[in-house]
Ligand binder design. Structure first.
Ligand SMILES: Nc1ncnc2c1ncn2[C@@H]1O[C@H](COP(=O)(O)OP(=O)(O)OP(=O)(O)O)[C@@H](O)[C@H]1O
Length: 348
């Protein structure tokens, strides 16, 4: 059974300007061990949804079941206990600035009733895990953004959570630091089996660490599934939009260039769904059919830890081998679609 079950959850906020439907009938299952991405534009409802997972926000309708417990049925005391299993990290780290790194990590341990000696021992272990043992005596103001987030992660791990919620945890960081924090989260997920829920507005974050993803718009989940499936076959306009942005804006230029190159011939977009090197397949096809295949576009990416790629091939007009070549590629486990000129950009 899923470790987090969100069942038909809606959340309304009353404001002086009227009612806001922040969540509308959201249903999601997050399995133990998942790194689950929740992605969408600003205002889509991501933070509200994640805050429902520890009942910081109480849904107006629907049910949230975490580790088999219906949160709405718990007393305040039981809810506090349940929240100990759920760590949380934020975009702006939320560290105690007047306290040292060590004291920040010790803080939740003291709340749990640990002695000073026990707390210090555990805090050092946690700082070691996040690579900051040697900065235990430093103050947050003396640390970089990435280091501050590492302290926040160590603090979140102090209560041995089974679930870690990350609300835009890398949004304030540069790309390189983002990668190192994502690598740390992935390591924590693997080593300790902690289920991680990642809120982000960047598809690159989902691509790097999430095995599953839900795409939100206007308080609703418009699409969800495995990261690989959604990258390869996005169904919703929002998903396509987010994927286009994942190329850092370069795709528009590339697509135009590609489109300009296309004169005639049959264009085929092929998607590598296995972790395979693609050159031999194409090279062998060219050798087999003795046709001058044109590679209009090639891209590979790390999607959920698996090397993925797509190519756009052009088979010369007048070739009588189009169908046979398509079958050749299908037989080798590749997915393909024939493209019209407007679709040559693909999802990548
Ligand atoms: N406490 C609140 N009171 C009133 N409205 C709220 C409250 N919290 C969120 N909202 C509204 O609910 C909607 C969803 O907000 P939410 O913060 O969940 O979106 P988000 O996808 O996390 O956005 P962002 O990426 O900008 O953080 C927005 O319209 C927001 O203004």
């Amino acid at each position: 059974m899923a470790i987090i079950q969100i069942q038909d959850v809606s959340k309304k906020f009353q404001t002086k300007d009227g009612e806001i439907d922040a969540l509308k009938h959201v249903t999601l299952d997050i399995e133990a061990g998942d790194i689950y991405g929740i992605i969408g534009m600003s205002g889509a409802g991501k933070s509200t949804l994640v805050r429902c997972i520890n009942h910081i926000e109480v849904p107006t309708e629907g049910t949230v079941i975490v580790q088999d417990k219906d949160l709405s049925k718990l007393s305040e005391k039981e809810l506090r206990k349940q929240r100990e299993h759920i760590g949380m990290i934020f975009q702006h780290f939320n560290l105690l600035m007047q306290k040292s790194v060590l004291e920040n990590v010790c803080f939740p341990l003291f709340i749990q009733g640990k002695s000073k000696v026990e707390a210090k021992k555990k805090a050092y272990e946690l700082l070691d895990i996040v690579g900051l043992k040697d900065r235990a005596k430093a103050y947050p103001s003396q640390l970089s953004g990435g280091q501050k987030q590492r302290v926040a992660i160590a603090r979140a791990l102090a209560s041995d959570p089974q679930i870690l919620l990350c609300d835009e945890a890398t949004s304030a960081l540069d790309p390189q630091t983002t990668s190192s924090i994502l690598a740390l989260l992935k390591d924590i997920n693997k080593r300790f089996g902690i289920t991680i829920v990642v809120i982000t507005h960047q598809m690159a974050v989902v691509r790097e660490i999430c095995n599953r993803v839900a795409i939100m718009k206007d308080g609703q989940v418009v699409e969800n599934g495995s990261t690989v499936e959604i990258f390869n076959h996005p169904k919703s306009e929002v998903a396509r939009d987010l994927l286009r942005k994942d190329d850092g804006g370069d795709t528009t230029g590339d697509d135009q260039q590609t489109a300009n190159q296309i004169q005639d011939g049959t264009k085929i977009r092929i998607v590598f769904t296995e972790n395979s090197a693609f050159e031999p397949v194409i090279a062998n096809m060219i050798l087999t059919f003795k046709e001058p295949i044109n590679i209009l576009k090639a891209a590979t990416k790390n999607v959920g830890g698996v090397a993925k790629g797509e190519m756009i091939l052009e088979i010369p007009s007048g070739s009588t081998n189009v169908k046979a070549m398509e079958q050749y590629l299908i037989d080798r486990g590749l997915e393909l679609e024939e493209l019209s000129e407007t679709k040559t950009g693909g999802a990548f």
